[in-house]
Design a binder for this molecule. Structure first.
Ligand SMILES: NC(=O)c1ccc[n+]([C@@H]2O[C@H](COP(=O)([O-])OP(=O)(O)OC[C@H]3O[C@@H](n4cnc5c(N)ncnc54)[C@H](O)[C@@H]3O)[C@@H](O)[C@H]2O)c1
Length: 370
C-alpha cells in the first residue's frame, strides 16, 4: 500500500491588506488548502483578517514562518516587500506563492529562484488569471488552429489610475508599480502563455503629473509623489515570430481595459480581460460583419487558483503553471521596457520558461484532488 496524503496543504497568508480579502475568501473554499495563519507587519490587520475568515492563528511574519503546519506562504505584501518576504519564507523551507510582480528587479528575482531551487521548494507567482476559463479557452482555441497561425497582438489598458479607489495608493506609483508593473503582468503573462518567450522590446514612457491626490478612505485628500511613468507604450517581438503592441496608461479619463486582441492568419480573437478569470471569447474572420461569440469553458474561481494548481503539482510531482520562471520572464520584459523608454533602443529579453500546459476544462479547485 502507498498511502496518499490528502490532508489540506497548510498555508500562511503574509500581507493582510486590500487583496487579501479575495484570497482568504477563496482559499477558505478550496479543499486542497487550509489557511492556518494570517500575518502582517501591522498585527491588527492580521488579527482582523484571521477573525473575518475563520483563520485559527495570526501574528508577525516570523510567527507565520515558525508555524509547524505551514508548508506554503502566500505573499500578499506590497511589491517593495515581495523579495524580502519570499526570501525569508524560502529560508524557512516553505513553498511560496507571490503576488506580482515577483520582485522589483531582475537580479532579486533570479536570486529567489536559485534559493528556492537550492532549498527544494517551489515559487509560483500571480497572475493566476491565466488559469481562468477565459484565457484557458483562448489558449485551447489557438492551439486547435481556430485563428490560423497567430501573428500579432494588440493590448490596451488605460484609465485615470487607482488613486481614486485604493485607500493607500502610494505603492502603486512607486518603483515596482505604475501601470506597467502593476497591470503589465496580466497582459504580458497572457501573451507569454499564448506566444512563448519574447526576444526583445522597445518603449516610450511619460510621467505627466509629479503628484496625485488620494480619492477615498481615511486619507482622502492627501497628496503623494508619482515616481514612475504613468504612460508606457511598448513593442514586443517573440521568439516564435509574433509581434505585439501594448499600451499601459493611467493618464486618460477614458477607461478602456481588458483589451487583448490576437490576430492570426485566419481570424482575430478578442481574448477576455486578462485581469479576470471569466469572459466570452469573440472571433472575427475575413468577410465577417460582426464578432462570433464563444462562451468560455472551465473554472473561474478567482485568485488563489494558482495556489491550488501549485499544491496539486507539488503533490503529483509535476510542474505548476503560474511558475516563478514565467514571472521572472515577465519581470524581465517589464524592466527591459522601462530601460528602453529611457534609452530609446530595443532591449533584449534573455530569460526563458517552459510554456505551461493548458488546464483540463474539467479542472476544479472546489473539488479536492484525489
Ligand atoms: N488591491 C488589488 O486590487 C490587487 C489586485 C491584484 C494584485 N494585487 C497585488 O497584491 C499585493 C498587495 O496589494 P494590496 O492592494 O493588498 O496592498 P495593501 O497596501 O492594501 O496591503 C499590503 C499589506 O502588506 C503589509 N506589508 C507590507 N510590507 C510587509 C512586510 N514586509 N511583511 C509583512 N507585511 C507587510 C502591509 O502592512 C499591508 O497590510 C501587491 O503586490 C499588488 O500588486 C493587488
Amino acid at each position: 500500500m502507498h498511502p496518499v496524503n490528502t490532508a489540506p496543504f497548510g498555508v500562511a497568508v503574509i500581507g493582510c491588506g486590500n487583496i487579501s480579502n479575495q484570497y482568504l475568501r477563496n482559499l477558505a473554499r478550496f479543499p486542497d488548502v487550509a489557511v492556518l495563519a494570517c500575518a502582517d507587519l501591522d498585527a491588527e490587520r492580521a488579527k482582523a483578517q484571521a477573525a473575518a475568515y475563520g483563520v485559527p492563528a495570526w501574528g508577525s511574519p516570523a510567527d507565520a514562518l515558525a508555524h509547524p503546519g505551514v508548508q506554503l506562504v502566500v505573499n500578499l505584501t506590497i511589491p517593495a516587500a515581495h523579495a524580502e518576504v519570499t526570501r525569508a519564507a524560502i529560508a524557512a523551507g516553505k513553498h511560496v506563492w507571490s503576488e506580482k510582480p515577483l520582485t522589483l528587479d531582475l537580479a532579486a528575482g533570479r536570486d529567489l529562484l536559485s534559493a528556492a531551487q537550492a532549498a527544494g521548494v517551489r515559487v509560483g507567482c500571480a497572475p493566476d488569471t491565466v488559469l481562468g476559463a477565459g484565457l484557458q479557452s483562448a489558449r485551447r482555441l489557438i492551439d486547435a488552429g481556430g485563428i490560423g497561425t497567430p501573428l500579432t497582438a494588440l493590448t490596451l489598458l488605460q484609465g485615470p489610475g487607482p488613486q481614486a479607489w485604493h485607500p493607500d495608493p502610494e505603492f502603486l506609483f512607486a518603483p515596482g508599480a505604475g501601470p506597467l508593473f502593476d497591470l503589465g503582468p496580466y497582459y504580458l503573462s497572457v501573451l507569454a502563455v499564448l506566444f512563448g518567450p519574447a526576444l526583445r522590446v522597445a518603449a516610450t514612457g511619460r510621467r505627466p503629473r509629479e503628484s496625485r491626490v488620494i480619492g477615498s478612505g481615511p486619507r482622502a485628500g492627501a497628496e503623494f509623489a508619482v515616481a514612475v511613468p504613468t504612460y508606457v507604450a511598448a513593442l514586443a517581438e517573440y521568439a516564435a515570430g509574433q509581434a505585439a503592441s501594448l499600451l499601459f496608461s493611467w493618464d486618460s479619463p477614458l477607461i478602456r481595459h481588458g483589451f487583448v486582441e490576437i490576430t492570426g492568419t485566419e481570424a482575430t480573437l478578442a481574448v477576455p480581460d486578462p485581469n479576470r478569470f471569466d469572459g466570452d471569447l469573440r472571433v472575427r474572420r475575413a468577410g465577417d460583419d460582426d464578432w462570433t461569440v464563444l462562451p468560455a469553458v472551465g473554472a473561474a474561481a478567482g485568485r488563489g487558483s494558482g495556489v491550488v494548481d501549485m499544491v496539486r503539482a507539488i503533490r503529483a510531482g509535476g510542474p505548476h503553471r503560474a511558475s516563478g520562471e514565467l514571472a521572472l520572464h515577465v519581470l524581465e520584459m517589464m524592466t527591459a521596457i522601462e530601460r528602453s523608454a529611457l534609452s530609446g533602443e530595443f532591449e533584449p529579453v534573455e530569460t526563458r520558461f517552459a510554456v505551461p500546459e493548458p488546464l483540463d476544462p474539467q479542472w476544479d479547485p472546489y473539488v479536492a484532488a484525489s
